[in-house]
Design a protein around this ligand. Structure first.
Ligand code: SF4
Length: 372
């Protein structure tokens, strides 16, 4: 397939692996920010091809995984109310809240619908003026622009029965929080290419400078990942720490001006809690004052709901790269994709799900025997 096959070419991959081996003279630890990159790395065994001591730390860039339990409980509360059509992308339906999930609400008669675009939810609002239609708007800088556009359209078209439950997060403050953690081992970052295709690269030079880390904007296919690793290792070996764009076929330095303008109009930055990590200052977006009437948290008065995270699940440590998924005692036993304890096992982009899918046979025998 065009733009996919040529970025999985095994001969070129071998050349890049050889170059990484020829370049690395000492151990380095780097983090791939995005869950999509984690899946490519684990699926293709890229981390196992690297020189001894060159380690990939799996970052927090999975939108489902970092959505706080509290927001999921708010979604469940709203979705269970009569007269509500609750719309979401499919991957949120199985994410467990404190005691149930959106599938359970649906099985109990709630009107929960999977949509493929927030604009589908807006159309539903037009078709059902007697219902309240809510879209669950989660994710990074990638999913935020279409959600912003939908709220903009709702206001422009005068559709009062649409609202957005917002839990958007931003990558740069997360990088900052990771670097400020006392247990941080990260020496370089593969930044998320799709995020940069929206936001550009301007937010990263200051971070690279302040924390002395190379940041390489990287794509998602095997050759993209290997090229990102090679550039990061090269910088580390030379003692450099600059921002490089290794995903030029998709990322312009200025990003997507139209998307950024829409974000600036509809959203404002806010402190946001990340599941398993905690509050990161100014790491999220919420609807700005001008669009507050479309904020489902205000409309349904669920702002006071607070929730405690599970004590068994170690997804916070996974999301910060402090442990690998199979080091969690529940991995493959108490926790499987069919019965997930934490969001990193639920999401198709989660690190625990990636290890379960591609690596569980490499974990200790007792895990394999009891895994679902
Ligand atoms: S394996 Fe399950 S319980 Fe353990 S950290 Fe991952 S999601 Fe949480």
């Amino acid at each position: 397939m065009k733009y996919l096959d040529e970025f999985s070419d095994p001969v070129l991959a071998r050349k890049l692996v050889d170059q990484i081996h020829a370049t690395a003279t000492k151990p380095w630890a780097m983090m791939e920010v995005c869950g999509g990159q984690t899946h490519t790395i684990v699926r293709h065994g890229i981390d196992q091809l690297l020189p001894d001591g060159v380690e990939m730390i799996h970052g927090p860039g999975c939108p489902v995984c970092v959505t706080p339990l509290e927001i999921i409980d708010k979604a469940l509360e709203i979705a269970s109310q009569p007269g509500v059509i609750f719309c979401s992308f499919g991957d949120m339906l199985r994410v467990p809240g404190s005691g149930r999930d959106l599938f359970r609400i649906k099985s109990q008669g709630g009107d929960v619908r999977v949509v493929y675009s927030p604009l589908d939810a807006l159309r539903l609002a037009q078709q059902h003026p007697d219902k309240q239609v809510v879209f669950f708007g989660i994710g990074f800088e990638t999913t935020a622009p279409p959600n912003a556009m939908t709220v903009y359209q709702a206001k422009k078209l005068g559709i009062p029965n649409f609202s957005l439950l917002v839990s958007h997060v931003r990558v740069p403050p997360a990088i900052e929080a990771i670097m400020q953690s006392p247990s941080c081992r990260v020496q370089g970052f593969l930044a998320a290419g799709h995020v940069c295709s929206v936001m550009g690269t301007a937010e990263y030079p200051e971070l690279a400078d302040r924390y002395g880390v190379p940041i390489v904007v990287t794509g998602f296919e095997p050759l993209d990942i290997l090229a990102g690793i090679l550039r990061t290792v090269s910088q580390l070996e030379k003692g450099e720490h600059v921002v490089e764009n290794a995903y030029r076929r998709a990322v312009r330095d200025e990003g997507n001006p139209a998307a950024k303008a829409m974000l600036a109009d509809v959203f404002e930055t806010t402190d946001r809690a990340w599941r398993g990590i905690g509050m990161i200052p100014q790491s999220g977006w919420r609807l700005s004052e001008r669009y507050r009437e479309y904020d489902a948290e205000y409309r349904f008065q669920v702002r006071d709901i607070t929730t405690q995270e599970s004590t068994v699940c170690r997804s916070g440590e996974v999301l910060q790269g402090l442990i690998k998924p199979h080091e969690c005692s529940a991995f493959g036993t108490l926790c499987t994709p069919r019965n997930p304890l934490g969001a990193t096992m639920v999401s198709s982009e989660g690190a625990c799900a990636a290890y379960y899918l591609y690596r569980r046979l490499e974990t200790p025998a007792e895990v394999v025997m009891t895994g679902g």
